[in-house]
Design a protein around this ligand. Structure first.
Ligand SMILES: NC(=O)c1ccc[n+]([C@@H]2O[C@H](COP(=O)([O-])OP(=O)(O)OC[C@H]3O[C@@H](n4cnc5c(N)ncnc54)[C@H](O)[C@@H]3O)[C@@H](O)[C@H]2O)c1
Length: 365
């Protein structure tokens, strides 16, 4: 039984992520959803089918910010309205769970960081890798000294996911929209600032932005990293597959993880023990994020394991820097727009693919 009444919440932006937040909140006794806002009537129609009776469904964000009963607001629109929403959250003293990125430009994100700093509202950002069991397990193993000193951080995330032009136009190129998660987790493992980097990218199917990027470099503490990210992994293959791993190489041992979006496998090869752990992948880990945030609101202080605004801004900043570096180098083009049309057709009309957006989105080229 809950020891307190549910925390009253509103959601702004009821697309793919907004729906995930609602479904997760409905599973928990910690939350009570009061209102959902989306500017698209189709999205509100979907919400009407899922939300409990009595939930206010509105196209006006101020219906949520002005509601004195709402304590927590979830921000899951695209990035172009994030800064405005976060500024309103400060003005109306609402605690916030927000999607990344925190603005559609890095300057907007710095503005958000400055606005939030020193303010008493609690804000966490959905950087789900930070709360994933497999990364926490590996970090504990590293901290126990089993692999010696961490020296090399290798991260790869290649899927047949979001196709060029399909959506998320406000979040920047793919390495910013999705890649920032991997920039963030490399930073989290190294526990040090990025020092140097080189990046190589490729433009696929004649799209104007790179859709695969690899960056490598160093951290201030001497750890080196490589990050490979792209939604270029066999979109038209008969059977879809992907390649996601981390590889943490120490001076004495290693720890690594692979997953298939269903199960994650962690392999620990330390100086005194060898262990393999297989558990459900956990996907976006919204259950962990929302549980920890609910506890934080009740306690009045943010749980230290929850991602902070500054973490998200650093990840975003370096994702942009790696994209800028890639743009200074040769950036070849492979594939043509006809293939891209086939990919979009398969994903949007036949609904085959990873990370499909709920609704058909406008292409923006
Ligand atoms: N943290 C993660 O792992 C993760 C994963 C996927 C997406 N995201 C982020 O989540 C956000 C949403 O992504 P999505 O896939 O749900 O997109 P989506 O396009 O499915 O949903 C966005 C919704 O916001 C609505 N919207 C846009 N502007 C609005 C406004 N001003 N007021 C109210 N509603 C508005 C749209 O109508 C749409 O329904 C993006 O910023 C994306 O970067 C994060």
């Amino acid at each position: 039984m809950p020891t307190h009444p549910g925390i009253k919440a509103g959601i702004i932006g009821f697309g793919r992520m907004g729906e995930m937040y609602l479904l997760q909140m409905l599973k928990s006794t910690q939350w009570q959803i009061l209102a959902i806002c989306d500017t698209d009537p189709d999205a509100l129609a979907v919400a009407a089918h899922i939300a409990p009776p009595g939930t206010k469904l509105t196209a006006h964000e101020d219906d949520i910010f002005n509601d004195p009963d709402i304590t927590v607001v979830v921000l899951s629109t695209l990035a172009d309205s994030r800064k405005r929403h976060l500024f309103k959250a400060v003005a109306h003293h609402k605690h916030i769970v927000t999607e990344k990125p925190l603005g559609s430009t890095i300057q907007e994100e710095y503005d958000v960081l400055e606005k939030i700093s020193g303010n008493s509202i609690l804000v966490t950002v959905n950087l789900p890798l930070r709360t994933a069991w497999y990364h926490k397990t590996i970090r504990e193993f590293i901290d126990s000294g089993e692999i010696g000193d961490l020296a090399i951080v290798r991260i790869c995330h290649m899927t047949p996911g979001l196709a060029p032009g399909e959506g998320h136009w406000a979040e920047g190129p793919l390495f910013h929209d999705c890649g920032l998660h991997y920039v963030d987790i490399a930073h989290w493992y190294a526990q040090s600032d990025f020092k140097t980097w080189n990046a190589q990218a490729i433009r696929m199917w004649e799209y104007h932005e790179p859709w695969w990027l690899q960056a490598h470099g160093t951290f201030e503490n001497g750890i080196v990293f490589d990050i490979t990210q792209g939604h270029v992994y066999g979109q038209l293959a008969k059977d879809l597959i992907h390649n996601g791993y981390v590889d943490l190489i120490g001076t004495k041992g290693i720890a690594r993880m692979t997953h298939d979006f269903v199960t994650a496998t962690v392999e620990l090869h330390g100086i005194t023990k060898t262990q393999t752990i297989r558990k459900p992948f956990g996907d976006k880990n919204l259950d962990i994020l929302l549980d920890l945030f609910a506890e934080s609101v009740i306690r009045g202080t943010l749980d230290p394991s929850l991602p902070k605004v500054k973490d998200a801004v650093i990840a975003s900043e370096y994702a942009w820097k790696f994209l800028e570096d890639a743009a200074r180098h040769d950036m070849p083009v492979r594939g043509d727009s006809k293939t891209l049309e086939e990919i979009r057709e398969r994903r949007n009309n036949k609904r085959i693919g990873y990370g499909l957006l709920r609704k058909k989105n406008k292409f923006n080229e």
